[in-house]
Design a protein around this ligand. Structure first.
Ligand code: GUN
Ligand code: FE
Length: 427
């Protein structure tokens, strides 16, 4: 195989661990066949003949990772937040998702959705589609065309939802299996993920069938967990025989038996948290959504202290923004208020901890993604922050802080995902 070496120069910043940033002023990232070979301060002599992609004076940061969002809710950003979760689903979300029975509508909205992702620097995402198979295939094909990385789930829901958005469980399983077989390819940038919407909308038969598919094709799982108090009460009523909400997913072997993401995780018991740690379940922390729908504040410090993996999710359209920097800010705000009003022993999240969750933390779900360490896939954003940083005496970390807090998507001038530049004029 021919070795293709590329060299990127600029002001590099990333998080290897949550507690601190690694920075290299005028540093170099050297990639071989789209993976990082080394990230260095001085260019080794062996590369002196190779042309440098020179982004001096710009920041080079890892592409963002969003581990929980709903593509067919893109048109609902900002709508209905006077409601809590259950009425919001009924009055806003379900009627909008029903429109995706129309493949023309799906194509139109999904193009806008993917464009919004790359304009905001989200390189990788873990996405809920709707229950409609054809529209989900359109979403997957558009992602493939875009060059972004994604896990995509056809939603499964066969009870407790409006008749216009309820499946027959056999058909739901058949369609899910078809989608898995079509898209579960070893080196593909997009992959299927099993997506029971949440326990209230999935019958035991459906859960059993999905669990078998997950095992048969070795496919990961995503769902929602303990987002809202009424939701939790409802799950208790539906499954009196099982102690906890997490226990219901676990009962069906969809709680860490394959890689698993659970969105929200606001009101979990200590036993549930222990189970998440033991089974390596990822928490998708969705603070904007949790504020909008009055769901609560997830105790992220507790997850981190218990070695539970945490990534960031925008959860659009529960979240009002697809921007990961804005969601990072919300995560920090949420934890600051938690430390004042809920538990004064909690240290609020630092900027590096929140940035870690939005890059390497969530990136772990994709493999070696979200950092500039050796062997990581080269996912990067080039950030022109000349007009943000004011005087030129700021450290690279301070420049990143300014970009996160009041930068805009226009500061992102280029994006690379797995070593390839994304054409941001597409769609
Ligand atoms: N729980 C079940 N479905 C949904 C959804 O679409 N959004 C959110 N935030 N929570 C859910
Ligand atoms: Fe969600």
């Amino acid at each position: 195989m021919i070795k293709e070496i590329k060299i990127y120069k600029g002001d590099i910043i990333f998080c290897e661990s949550p507690d601190k940033f690694t920075t290299l002023e005028n540093g170099y990232i050297i990639t071989e066949n789209n993976k990082i070979k080394e990230t260095v301060q001085e260019l080794p002599a062996e590369y002196s003949d190779i042309e440098i992609l020179d982004f001096s004076e710009n920041l080079i940061i890892p592409g963002f990772v969003d581990i929980h969002l709903h593509a067919p809710q893109f048109e609902n950003l900002g709508l209905g937040y006077d409601n809590e979760l259950l009425p919001w689903l009924e009055n806003y979300t379900f009627p909008e998702e029903a429109k995706f029975s129309d493949t023309k509508y799906a194509e139109e909205i999904y193009k806008k959705f993917i464009k919004a992702l790359y304009m905001h620097g989200t390189a990788r995402s873990v996405v809920f589609s709707s229950l409609h198979l054809e529209s989900t295939e359109i979403l997957a094909d558009l992602f493939l065309e875009s060059g972004l990385g994604a896990y995509i789930g056809k939603v499964n829901m066969d009870r407790n939802s409006p008749s216009y958005l309820t499946e027959n469980y056999k058909k739901s399983l058949e369609e899910t299996e078809y989608f898995i077989k079509k898209y579960n390819k070893p080196d593909s940038m997009i992959k299927p993920i099993i997506t029971p919407r949440f326990i209230p909308t999935c019958t035991p038969e459906l859960m059993d069938g999905l669990s078998k598919l997950s095992e048969k094709y070795n496919v990961p799982v995503q769902s929602h967990l303990s987002e809202n108090l009424s939701e939790i009460e409802w799950v208790k009523e539906l499954h009196k025989e099982i102690e906890t909400y997490a226990g219901v997913y676990d009962h069906y072997k969809m709680f860490g038996d394959r890689p698993t993401i659970m969105a929200h995780c606001i009101h979990n018991t200590d036993d549930e948290i222990k189970l998440m740690k033991e089974k390596g379940v990822f928490v998708a922390h969705c603070p904007t959504s949790n504020f909008n729908l009055s769901s609560g504040i997830a105790p992220i410090r507790k997850f981190l202290d218990n070695n539970v993996k945490v990534g960031i999710g925008t959860d659009i359209a529960g979240g009002h923004t697809i921007s990961i920097p804005e969601t990072i800010i919300s995560a920090i705000h949420a934890s600051k208020m938690y430390s004042v009003y809920a538990d004064r022993t909690f240290h609020s999240l630092s900027i590096s901890e929140a940035f870690f969750m939005a890059t390497k933390g969530g990136g772990e779900f994709f493999g070696k993604v979200g950092s500039f360490e050796k062997d990581y896939e080269f996912d990067a954003l080039i950030i022109n922050d000349n007009e943000l940083s004011g005087d030129s005496n700021k450290s690279i970390q301070e420049r990143l802080e300014k970009y996160i807090y009041f930068g805009v998507k226009e500061n992102i001038i280029k994006m690379f995902v797995s070593g390839k530049e994304i054409n941001r004029d597409r769609f």
